[in-house]
Design a protein around this ligand. Structure first.
Ligand code: CP3
Length: 360
């Protein structure tokens, strides 16, 4: 009785959302992590107008930057232009993006440092981000005066850093190869570290619900440094908080898919997939997509072309892109990279990749 209706609804739905709900779509929908960014001349032109946080917090600019790759490449997903470190900034931690160095924050090392953060500030401080999302959704689903709607087929993605990865930057105060201060605190002062993680877990769930209310149709949790942790710590600081956030979203905003990205998790990725409740797993470059599909047959997978192949372009990129795409044929798969687009990537290579993935 409902069969026809269901099919009619899914076939007219957004391809990316259909895959996140578990449907195999061919050719697979695609978007790229860091698809808006320094490799695009139109992004660099806007970059000179305002610093990074101002760009994130000005709906005109953040909306425009989010839509740049959609206009150019007709991606299936538009990911909000913002950053995972906007959450600690909104709680009151100092944050600066220093050219050539990356983010610099006032490091959290003591109870007193933690006490200066206030999660109650987040809703007001991130109001411009929510405004950006509602404008984006209206543009993507509306008539098409600026060429970004693509027939209403583009899904809007919100995101946050997962608590462990955000804690890495908050405690260390800057990027790092191994985040020694952070991982050291987790062992030496677990009470303090757990309080920070609890604060982040709650604030992240609240912020993602707000993003959904503003128009995000799916959300992604970036856990870029998950792979630094040994198994027991991985369960405690990656799987447990991710599960708490996913459950909170499922309860408060049922039906909205969460994509999880536990980068460099290795063999722990299978446990993450089973135990967190994420609707889709984003795989890093080092993970064999077909092998992961064998371990979690029902879960949609996203990924995982090496961003350096996108930089290189040519036949090597084409062959590997086809190989990833074809290995996932008949399964729910969102084509993406295994990590973000690197700044020197020629924009033509992105166009070529999109053409190859869509040739079917
Ligand atoms: O995917 C997207 O394009 C959406 C926007 C987005 C940004 N950062 C914009 C950004 C997303 C989803 C992120 C996630 C993010 N931010 C992660 C997780 C994913 C990953 O790459 O591992 C992390 C660890 C960060 C923290 C961060 N932000 C760092 C370490 C840096 C500096 C290094 C770098 O990559 O530039 C940033 C700055 C940042 N975030 C920029 C952009 C476009 C560059 C700022 C500039 O214009 O100079």
């Amino acid at each position: 009785m409902t069969g026809m209706n269901d099919r009619a609804m899914t076939e007219t739905g957004k391809p990316l959302l259909r895959v996140l709900q578990g449907e195999a779509v061919w050719p697979p929908p695609l978007w790229l992590m860091r698809q808006a960014g320094r490799y695009l001349p139109e992004f660099r032109a806007l970059r000179d107008k305002a610093d990074f946080i101002t760009r994130c917090m000005t709906p005109d600019l953040a909306t425009e930057i989010t839509l740049q790759p959609i206009r150019r490449y007709a991606m299936d997903g538009a990911i909000l232009f913002s950053d995972i470190l906007i959450l600690p900034w909104a709680m009151g931690q100092s944050l600066d993006f220093v050219q050539g160095t990356g983010p610099v924050l006032g490091a959290i090392r003591s109870e007193a440092d933690l006490a200066r953060l206030d999660p109650r500030r987040v809703a007001d401080a991130t109001a411009p981000v929510m405004e950006t999302l509602s404008r984006l959704r209206a543009t993507l689903d509306g008539p098409d005066p600026i060429g970004a709607a693509q027939g209403g087929k583009v899904a809007l993605l919100g995101f946050a850093g997962a608590p462990f990865t955000v804690a890495c930057y908050m405690v260390e105060g800057h990027g790092s190869r191994d985040f020694e201060a952070t991982r050291g605190m987790a062992y030496a002062n677990p009470m303090l570290f757990d309080r920070l993680m609890d604060m982040l877990t709650r604030a992240t769930a609240d912020m993602l619900c707000a993003q959904i209310d503003a128009g995000a149709e799916a959300v992604m949790l970036f856990d870029s440094w998950a792979g630094l942790l040994p198994p027991a710590q991985f369960r405690r600081h990656v799987i447990a908080p991710t599960r708490a956030i996913v459950q909170e979203i499922q309860t408060r905003r049922p039906g909205i898919p969460v994509i999880g990205f536990p980068r460099l998790a290795g063999i722990m990725a299978a446990e993450y997939a089973r135990d967190t409740g994420v609707k889709t797993m984003a795989l890093d470059t080092g993970t064999d997509m077909a092998a992961m599909a064998g371990l979690v047959p029902d879960l949609p997978l996203q990924g995982n072309l090496d961003p350096l192949l996108l930089l290189a372009g040519g036949d090597a990129m084409a062959a590997e892109a086809r190989s990833i795409r074809d290995a996932m044929k008949g399964r729910p798969h969102v084509f993406n990279l295994g990590h973000g687009v690197v700044p020197p990537t020629p924009p033509e290579h992105v166009g070529e990749l999109v053409r190859i993935v869509r040739e079917g």
